[in-house]
Design a protein around this ligand. Structure first.
Ligand code: SF4
Length: 356
């Protein structure tokens, strides 16, 4: 295990201690017998796709008053089923899938829920995420349910280095100790919904976690760099016409391979920090940065190629030439995109990356 792996396991232990909350689909099916429980977990997991927990709980509760097994599902008229599922997103597709699912369970599985991921993923509306969750909750088996929260947080903590939830699942199957398999989903979903969301609410996070969180500590270090060099966050419309150094915070919404000059570079989804300066005789921060931001520019610097496929989220400026000093400080904190924007200096890079 490397340092990131040990820290991540420590993080899961802290969460386990702090969050004692059952998964919503688990709660819904409590007090049912084994077969009915597996059926209810499967159905409410299908309903839960792209739907808030409270809505899944409400819809499932009403649905299970009328539908307790595959036969009930087959017999209930489709318009009534749609009405019951309606508060959940994509209710028409889900109702259609549930009907078909009921038929398959009767015809192929003697009205039982199959207990293997391979069989579960063949059912309509059931992907790997649902199948893993059913295996864990309904059959108490070892499986890892990776949804968007598990994918984001395991990557944010550098435990996984993947571009899709499916790849994260495979990564976790190789390295996550088995005693965390069943609980990781519940822990990270609750935490990901409330605190470590796509824009993390670090101020609300547990102090024990903040102390060890690599993402939080990187953000704090960046704040320190800004303070040490007296950077000011500046609206794009109010960039000063002075000479100075700038940091552009750039967002890549999806991974992309971009031809930068003659070099192909694979950019991951996430935030990038580009450090540049405007010190030449005919150059100032305003005309240099405005040029980067313009859609109609002729590409001149490395960064112009990246900006064609990304968005500048933040402009920070300071007066004076600190480009390489600032780059070297970033280099201690974040991963760099090697030899980017630094052809005429000795820096490793002027572009740095942090996972989303
Ligand atoms: S400190 Fe921030 S990034 Fe780290 S786990 Fe907490 S919310 Fe997530």
């Amino acid at each position: 295990m490397n340092d990131f792996d040990t820290t991540f396991i420590k993080f899961l232990d802290i969460l386990d201690e702090k969050l004692k909350k059952d998964a919503v689909v688990d709660k819904i099916s409590k007090n049912s017998d084994k077969n009915e429980r597996a059926f209810k977990i499967l159905i409410s997991t299908v309903i839960s796709a792209r739907t808030k927990d409270e809505t899944t709980a409400k819809v499932s509760k009403e649905l299970f008053k009328k539908v307790k097994n595959p036969k009930d599902l087959v017999q209930i008229p489709i318009d009534e089923l749609e009405k019951l599922v309606h508060p959940a997103g994509f209710y028409k597709t889900k109702a259609k899938n549930l009907k078909k699912l009921g038929e398959i369970l009767i015809d192929k599985y003697n009205s039982n829920v199959p207990n293997s991921i391979e069989e579960l993923v063949t059912l309509p509306g059931v992907g790997r995420k649902t199948a893993n969750l059913v295996m864990t909750l309904a059959f108490d088996d070892y499986a890892i349910c990776v949804d968007t929260h598990v994918h984001r947080i395991t990557n944010r903590w550098y435990y996984a280095d993947t571009e899709s939830p499916e790849n994260t699942e495979m990564d976790l199957r190789k390295k996550l100790p088995k005693n965390y398999w069943k609980k990781i989903n519940n822990l990270l979903v609750v935490f990901g919904q409330e605190t470590c969301s796509p824009i993390p609410k670090c101020d609300k996070c547990f102090s024990e976690i903040k102390k060890i969180c690599p993402h939080y500590n990187s953000l704090k270090e960046i704040e320190k760099i800004y303070a040490d060099f007296n950077f000011k966050k500046t609206p794009k419309t109010k960039i000063p016409k002075d000479k100075g150094t700038y940091v552009l915070k750039i967002k890549m919404n999806s991974p992309k391979t971009i031809l930068v000059g003659k070099r192909e570079i694979k950019f991951k989804k996430g935030d990038y920090f580009y450090i540049g300066s405007a010190m030449g005789d005919s150059m100032n921060l305003y005309n240099r940065i405005s040029r980067h931001l313009s859609d109609s520019k002729k590409k001149r610097w490395h960064i112009d190629y990246l900006l064609e496929f990304s968005n500048v989220k933040e402009v920070n400026v300071t007066l004076g030439r600190f480009e390489c000093d600032v780059s070297q400080r970033f280099n201690l904190v974040l991963d760099s995109i090697e030899s980017f924007g630094c052809s005429d200096c000795k820096c490793k890079s002027h572009l740095y990356y942090i996972k989303p």
